[in-house]
Write a protein that binds this ligand. Structure first.
Ligand code: SF4
Ligand code: SF4
Length: 373
């Protein structure tokens, strides 16, 4: 472990910029902590924190001048690696046919993501598996991902809707980063403890003023992470969870949640692992020019399950059930991991405060009542 003093942190951004990276990190914008391009550490949310509960989000001044005392907000890194809208190609009318415009060989942006949390590392690893493996790897995602640099920041402040500890995805960043920082603020000191995760991270650290951490500084990291782990706002009991959900496909709880759910799709838009998309063709008014766009889609929209002959998922009950059972049951079979990393975004940004941990717990409870009764 190495110590980087607060005053030397700008050196890290400078090293990233010198390496040709566009640095993306947290900043205060539109009343939230969102991700945007950073040119200086002055743009980080210094002295800001957030307050999150089911269906509510707000930012407030924190008790100190720390830079990373917030929890995940409305944006996730998928906004950059898997953009909400992407033009796949454009074409022009040529006689009675269309000719596809030649693709300019411009290089994809080289992103450096600063402030990636452990749950988000897990989400990126899930999306890597979806988009970069198998016979249908996504070339857009792959190009962006392969050139990206990840600077993680350990969570030492946990949010009201977080449950990464129970999903095994946090609060400590275990792997998948180039460099990880832990921010430590005591009465008289403010510094970062850095650990390298790749040769790229090592090279970056070499360009920043640093020194080896002493025993006390190492212990401080462990203490801060343990405190965060113990203060986690929520938890999800994963014991035998896929089987439990499979056995409760007709649970009355699905109807109960359907009475509250607006089928608005917010939960899927904010989720860092959701990956569904659709493709749309558009033309201009002259009919001379056409484009094909990919955009995020959601299992909560009616068009999502429209097939020849009708729609196979017309009710909110079946749509919510599809979403939750995919995340916590079928995803395990498909990808060998849960589709949920415990970031809590779907709980915070659900306009009616539906909580995935509470819904899973209610199904467990109903199942036990049914079994015992
Ligand atoms: S399902 Fe909810 S808590 Fe889980 S990863 Fe998605 S947004 Fe986060
Ligand atoms: S669970 Fe909440 S966020 Fe998701 S579709 Fe229903 S109302 Fe919208």
């Amino acid at each position: 472990m190495f110590i980087v003093e607060l005053n030397d942190l700008q050196g890290l951004l400078t090293a990233l910029q010198a390496g040709g990276f566009t640095v993306i990190g947290p900043t205060v914008k539109d009343g939230a902590i969102t991700f945007d391009t950073l040119s200086s550490i002055e743009e980080l949310p210094r002295g800001w924190s957030d307050v999150q509960e089911a269906g509510s989000y707000g930012i407030r001044h924190s008790e100190d001048d720390t830079l990373f005392s917030y929890n995940v907000g409305p944006h996730s890194w998928k906004k950059f690696l898997f953009p909400a809208r992407l033009r796949l190609f454009s074409a022009r009318k040529a006689g009675k046919a269309f000719e596809v415009d030649p693709v300019s060989p411009s290089a994809p942006p080289k992103y450096a993501f600063l402030g990636v949390r452990s749950c988000e590392l897990a989400a990126i690893a899930i999306q890597d598996k979806i988009f970069m493996s198998g016979p249908y790897a996504d070339k857009h995602y792959t190009a962006l991902r392969k050139s990206a640099c990840i600077i993680a920041v350990n969570c030492v402040h946990v949010g009201g809707t977080c449950f990464c500890a129970s999903m095994g995805t946090g609060p400590r960043a275990k792997d998948g980063y180039d460099l990880v920082l832990t921010e430590i603020r005591t009465d008289d000191r403010h510094y970062f403890v850095a650990q390298m995760g790749s040769p790229l991270g090592k090279g970056l650290l070499q360009q920043v003023t640093h020194r080896e951490a002493d025993q006390k500084e190492r212990e401080q990291v462990e203490k801060a992470l343990k405190a965060a782990h113990d203060r986690m706002g929520r938890s999800l009991d994963t014991h035998n969870l896929p089987r439990l959900l499979e056995d409760n496909f007709e649970s009355p709880r699905w109807e109960d949640v359907a009475k509250r759910c607006l089928s608005c799709a917010n939960c899927t838009m904010v989720c860092p692992t959701c990956f569904c998309s659709t493709v749309e063709d558009v033309t201009d008014l002259s009919g001379e020019h056409a484009e094909r766009w990919r955009r995020w889609d959601s299992c909560f929209t009616t068009d999502f399950t429209k097939v020849a002959g009708g729609n196979i998922r017309m009710s909110t009950r079946t749509r919510y059930r599809q979403w939750l059972t995919h995340k916590l049951c079928n995803w395990v079979e498909q990808f060998g991991t849960y589709g949920c990393v415990g970031c809590g975004r779907c709980i915070t940004w659900c306009p009616v405060g539906i909580d995935i941990t509470a819904e899973a717990a209610a199904i467990r409870e109903t199942s036990m009542t049914t079994t015992n009764g």
